[in-house]
Design a protein around this ligand. Structure first.
Ligand SMILES: [Fe+2]
Ligand SMILES: [Fe+2]
Length: 294
């Protein structure tokens, strides 16, 4: 289990990372009021805790590490919990860190996204996906650190993209010096499809494994859960040489999803979540049994 200090900095760093993303790609990137944030990024004045965790992430996510983590968490023997219960549990993580209260605001973000999709008539499965997309952050409660829970994901086993934020940190990743892994295609075939590619391990892959285990969820939902942080491809257009036709078809949905995840201004939630609860409890029961394996 995570100790309180580790969890506390994890929550703080996660908040900083999410602010970083919104500034880099989201609605704030060109708005006048927040111009200085953007300039900070260009001038590499990103929040130090973001830089520190990205450095660790880029240095430690190796092919071997990823294989080990997929093997470990792929067993899904961490417990059985309901979707609703996990949503509430993650949201209760609140810490006082470096002079302020910070919360891992999973519930609020999840409901805001789901609600704006619902208002705009998006399909039920997509609303469902929004509600659960970050629940893999349960990894924090299992004692995992920021660098292997959040951050953008990227293929391992082939050359790291220059479009990933802070690419120079890959210089100290052992795979960069391994000639098996440091070429454009590395161990993969051109257009082999992302399903054959190993990605840096984080909440995305974990939640994909949890949901894929059920065996019947919509393929688009599983795809979004797995690749929603693959920004170097989705937003910068890199790694297209690994995609197959199936990926290209599925990417359309991830991009729609990201419009809600990153690009839309968030609106405050209705004061009383109890008003929303009946709809979402029913939605969850449409796709999930009472408890699932994590
Ligand atoms: Fe996420
Ligand atoms: Fe999100």
């Amino acid at each position: 289990m995570a100790d309180v200090d580790a969890l506390s900095s994890a929550v703080y760093d996660t908040k900083q990372w999410e602010d970083f993303l919104k500034t880099k790609y989201g609605p704030y990137k060109s708005s006048k009021e927040t111009k200085h944030f953007y300039e900070d990024i260009k001038g590499e004045k990103t929040h130090p805790s973001v830089i520190a965790f990205l450095k660790e992430n880029h240095e430690k996510q190796t092919y071997d590490y990823v294989r080990t983590m997929k093997e470990k968490y792929g067993k899904l023997n961490q417990g059985e919990f309901s979707i609703w219960g996990m949503l509430m549990r993650l949201d209760e993580i609140k810490v006082n860190n470096r002079g302020g209260d910070v919360q891992l605001q999973q519930k609020e973000h999840a409901f805001q996204m789901a609600e704006s999709m619902r208002r705009e008539g998006q399909p039920r499965w997509l609303v469902m996906t929004a509600l659960i997309h970050d629940l893999g952050k349960y990894l924090y409660l299992l004692g995992e650190k920021q660098w292997t829970v959040v951050g953008e994901i990227f293929p391992v086993g082939c050359r790291f993209s220059k479009e990933i934020a802070y690419p120079h940190f890959f210089d100290n990743n052992p795979d960069t010096k391994n000639e098996k892994y440091n070429t454009k295609f590395g161990i993969y075939e051109p257009h082999c499809g992302l399903d054959k590619v190993n990605f840096s391990f984080g909440h995305d892959e974990y939640m994909y494994m949890v949901c894929n285990n059920l065996g019947y969820l919509p393929k688009e939902m599983l795809y979004i859960l797995r690749y929603h942080s693959f920004y170097s491809c989705l937003l910068e257009g890199d790694y297209t040489y690994l995609l197959n036709d199936y990926d290209i078809e599925m990417m359309k949905w991830v991009k729609i999803f990201l419009q809600y995840d990153l690009f839309s201004f968030t609106e405050p939630l209705p004061v009383d979540l109890n008003d929303l609860k009946p709809y979402y409890v029913e939605l969850i029961s449409e796709y999930f049994p009472e408890k699932i394996r994590w």
